[in-house]
Design a protein around this ligand. Structure first.
Ligand SMILES: Cc1cc2nc3c(=O)[nH]c(=O)nc-3n(C[C@H](O)[C@H](O)[C@H](O)COP(=O)(O)OP(=O)(O)OC[C@H]3O[C@@H](n4cnc5c(N)ncnc54)[C@H](O)[C@@H]3O)c2cc1C
Length: 482
């Protein structure tokens, strides 16, 4: 049985030569899982000269700065298990997070709040507008836990209990509910007291504006354990940190796995064409390397990079691939490692303008504490990472606009004498528009796994987080691998 369009369900078999496009978190983790299962002929093809993709930790003056993935919340089971198993770093909760400061833009003016004050501020606003009942801390706790219960019940009803069971396609009625704006779901399920949490944990991470995002994505991301730990911490009922990071950087896990497992990863190999003749004949992959073009042949190919981008190198994309992958939307996320001689009094500023309004005026959405990961290190006064985010589009025009707005907006936040050390421009958070969710496209991808000897993984097939790409890999192999 091979993974073709034949009668039998496609399977990944140990005897297959398997090529994986992309050595990001999804590709490295998948190669690791396959090796564990006894697959001995797996090659990962990576255009960059390093592994890790959007997990990129750079070291300056002995301190780690995250240019991509950073936080590993308590529900990241697979990531944390492997981190311990491979001794690739320790999960730490930087002291900066205890005194988070939010710079919020209301009515065009910037105001700075501590995280607690900000939560209180939003709550006051909800009370003033008549959305929430007034009351003290006990009332807040009862209301918040009630809302969490309703959220979990709704998530279970629409997505099932575990990781969303992509193999079980929801009914058309449920798909329509998953496509409806999350704002409507919040109102219907009376979740308004959780609004400050959703704005911070969902919108401020670039996972969508609450009012307009299809409900599918916030429901997917806001797992019960994640929400409950946040609420309990904010209410002062537990000392467990809300979010944590890895002292050696999030990328460390992937470089360590790649080295320790001795994975066959070819760096500096860009996949520029994939021919899939079918009928048991091998998949031909053309690679561009610094020494020119070469060709590799595989029985099965796994695409773990951006799936919209794969339309550029699949020689003859199938009708389904064109129909589905062409609908992906991306945001722009730019991270800048910068030096500044003067910092504002609040060293960690998270500007939640994006999270608060559907049409943000500011694009600098965060500046991370300069001693974020190594508070004891003597790293000099000046380095930090700034985040710029644009929800609606990705492309040269948006990126040029973000470049231009960087310095003025940083000055507005109070930084002086800026210079740029390193800048990364990411196509972020591949996701479907509401109509595509209503059509069930995320489930279509899972259903077409293995057709044309081709498999799909990574954040396009699942969701933009380390946790999601790893959970999806586990799900994929559980369903389809020998
Ligand atoms: C600024 C930022 C902050 C983030 N913060 C967090 C966070 O705090 N917590 C969290 O969990 N997640 C976070 N994420 C998201 C997380 O980094 C991603 O979800 C994760 O990296 C996705 O992994 P992936 O392997 O699917 O894709 P990627 O990381 O994008 O890796 C894909 C790889 O495929 C390669 N590739 C693509 N096309 C080709 C080709 N044609 N030939 C060869 N190679 C190719 C790319 O070079 C890349 O290495 C963040 C992301 C960004 C950008």
């Amino acid at each position: 049985m091979t993974g073709t369009t034949g009668q039998t369900a496609p399977r990944l078999l140990r005897r297959h030569r398997i090529g994986i496009v992309g050595a990001g978190p999804a590709g490295v983790h998948l190669a690791h899982l396959l090796k564990q299962r006894g697959f001995g002929r797996v090659t990962v093809l990576e255009r960059d000269t390093r592994v890790g993709g959007k997990s990129l930790s750079v070291v300056h003056d002995g301190t780690v700065f995250e240019m991509g993935a950073c936080y590993v919340p308590s529900n990241y089971d697979e990531y944390r298990r492997l981190l311990a198993q491979y001794d690739a770093g320790r999960v730490v909760s930087p002291p900066a997070l205890a005194r988070d400061v939010v710079t919020a833009a209301f009515s065009g003016s910037l105001t700075t709040y501590s995280l607690d004050a900000w939560t209180g501020h939003l709550t006051d606003r909800l009370i003033r507008s008549g959305t929430l009942r007034p009351g003290g801390a006990a009332r807040r706790l009862i209301d918040a836990l009630g809302a969490v219960r309703r959220l979990v019940a709704e998530r279970n009803r629409l997505l099932g209990r575990g990781y969303y069971p992509l193999s079980d396609r929801p009914t058309p009625a449920v798909l329509r509910e998953l496509a409806a704006p999350f704002g409507e779901l919040m109102e219907r399920c009376r979740l308004q007291i959780l609004e400050p949490f959703f704005r911070l944990a969902t919108s401020a991470q670039g996972y969508g504006v609450l009012e307009t995002s299809p409900s599918f994505y916030p429901l997917l991301w806001n797992e019960r354990r994640f929400v409950v730990s946040f609420i309990l911490t904010r209410l002062g009922l537990t000392r467990r940190p809300i979010v944590s990071a890895v002292d050696r950087g999030s990328q460390s896990l992937f470089t360590t796995i790649a080295a320790r497992d001795q994975l066959d990863i070819r760096l500096g190999c860009e996949v520029v064409s994939i021919e899939r003749p079918g009928g048991g004949r091998p998949v031909a992959v053309t690679l561009r390397t610094e020494n020119g073009a070469t060709e590799e042949r595989f029985d099965q190919i796994i695409l773990s990079g951006d799936l919209r981008g794969s339309l550029g190198y699949l020689a003859q994309p199938s009708d389904d691939e064109q129909r589905i992958f062409g609908q992906f939307l991306h945001s722009s996320f730019v991270t800048t490692l910068f030096k500044a001689s003067r910092w504002p009094a609040t060293a960690y500023a998270l500007n939640v303008a994006d999270a608060l309004t559907p049409n943000p005026t500011l694009s600098v959405s965060g500046v991370r504490e300069r001693r974020f990961l190594a508070p004891a290190a003597n790293i000099g006064p000046a380095l930090g990472v700034a985040y710029q985010f644009r929800q609606d589009a990705h492309g040269p025009a948006v990126l040029a606009d973000l470049d231009q707005s960087f310095a003025p907006e940083m000055r507005q936040l109070g930084f002086a004498d800026l210079s740029i050390v390193q800048r990364c421009r990411w196509a972020y958070c591949p996701r479907f528009p509401a109509a595509a969710v209503a059509e069930g496209l995320p489930w279509d991808i899972f259903a077409m796994q293995g057709r044309h000897d081709t498999w799909y993984a990574g954040s396009s097939a699942s969701f933009e987080s380390l946790n999601d790409v790893m959970k999806y890999n586990v799900l994929l192999l559980r369903h389809y691998a020998e």
